[in-house]
Design a protein around this ligand. Structure first.
Ligand code: HEM
Length: 247
C-alpha cells in the first residue's frame, strides 16, 4: 500500500473483502454463501470506486495516476480490485507456508537465526517451487492448438497445473525434499510465464526473504505448536495454511 501511495486503509476490512473474493471466485460456495460473499465483494468495489472518484489527477498515489491517465472509473476499479488482492493475499499465503515449512527444519531455522547469507532467499524459492500459493490458473484457448499430442478447439477452458512443474523429477532431483539452494531452483512456474508473468514476483520474493530473516533472528527458539499438518485453505487456485500456531 505504501509503494502505491495508498493510505487510510482499514486493513481488517481489506483482508475480509479479499478472503471473501477469493472464496467467491475460486471456491465452491453454495448459492446462500455466494450471497454472503457478494456483500463483502461489492463493499470492496464500492470503496474502490469512491476512492477513485475522489482522487485528483495531481496526486501521487495509484488512484490519482489512473485518473490522470484517463482510465474509466469502472475499468480502474476492476484493475485495483485484482491488484490489491493479487498483491497481498498471495504473499500472506506464501508467508504462512514458508513459516510452517521452514520451522519443520530446526537446523535451517538456526542457520537463519545466525544470519547465514542467502539462506532466506533460498528457502523462499524452495517453497515457491514445491508449494506455491497459486497452484493452478485458468486459460481459454484463442485458437485450435495441439498440446502434448491432445487436439484442443478454440474456446476450450484449461486449468494449468502450475504447482506440478516444481515437482517434475526430470527437472529437479528428489523434488519432494526441501533443499534450499538446489541448482536451477527457479525453474518453476509459481509466478506464471511469458506475457502475464507476475508483476509482483520481485516484491513477493523480497517480502518472503525479509520476513523469514527477521522472524528467525528475533525468535531463534521458535517452534511449531504441533507437528500435525495445519488446516489448509484449499481453493481451486490457492493453497496455504490458514494459520501457523507457534510456541
Ligand atoms: C507469492 C506471491 C505471488 C504469487 C505466487 C503470484 C502468482 C502469480 C501468477 C501465477 C500470475 C500469472 C497469472 C497469469 O498467467 O494469468 C500472476 C500475475 C500477476 N501478479 Fe502475482 N503473484 C504473487 C504476488 C504478487 C504481488 C505482490 C503483486 C503486486 C504487488 C502481484 C501482482 C500481479 C499482477 C498485476 C499480475 C498480472 C500480470 C499480467 O497479467 O500481466 N502478484 N501472479
Amino acid at each position: 500500500m505504501e509503494v502505491l501511495g495508498i493510505s487510510d486503509v482499514d486493513v481488517p476490512a481489506l483482508k475480509a473483502w479479499s478472503t471473501a473474493s477469493l472464496e467467491l471466485f475460486w471456491g465452491n460456495p453454495s448459492p446462500e454463501r455466494q450471497h454472503e460473499l457478494a456483500v463483502d465483494a461489492s463493499a470492496f468495489h464500492r470503496w474502490l470506486t469512491a476512492r477513485i472518484r475522489a482522487a485528483s489527477p495531481g496526486g501521487d498515489d495509484l488512484f490519482s495516476a489512473l485518473v490522470a491517465h484517463g482510465t474509466p472509473v469502472r475499468e480502474a476499479a476492476g484493475l485495483c480490485y485484482f491488484l490489491l488482492i493479487a498483491g497481498q493475499e498471495t504473499t500472506t499465503q506464501l508467508l504462512s507456508t514458508l513459516l510452517d515449512r521452514v520451522l519443520r527444519h530446526p537446523d535451517v531455522w538456526l542457520r537463519l537465526a545466525d544470519g547465514e547469507p542467502g539462506l532466506a532467499a533460498a528457502c523462499v524459492e524452495e517453497v515457491l517451487r514445491r508449494e506455491p500459493p497459486v497452484t493452478t490458473w485458468r486459460r481459454v484457448t484463442s485458437r485450435p492448438v495441439a498440446l502434448s499430442g491432445v487436439d484442443l478447439p478454440a474456446g476450450a477452458p484449461l486449468l494449468l497445473m502450475l504447482a506440478g512443474t516444481g515437482s517434475d523429477p526430470d527437472v529437479f532431483a528428489e523434488p519432494e525434499s526441501f533443499c534450499p539452494g538446489r541448482p536451477g531452483a527457479r525453474k518453476h512456474l509459481a509466478f506464471g510465464y511469458g506475457r502475464h508473468f507476475c508483476l509482483g514476483a520481485g516484491l513477493a520474493r523480497l517480502e518472503g526473504e525479509v520476513v523469514l530473516r527477521t522472524v528467525a533472528r528475533r525468535f531463534p527458539d521458535l517452534r511449531l505448536a504441533s507437528p500435525e499438518p495445519p488446516p489448509m485453505l484449499g481453493l481451486l487456485s490457492f493453497r496455504a495454511p490458514l494459520g501457523v500456531a507457534v510456541v
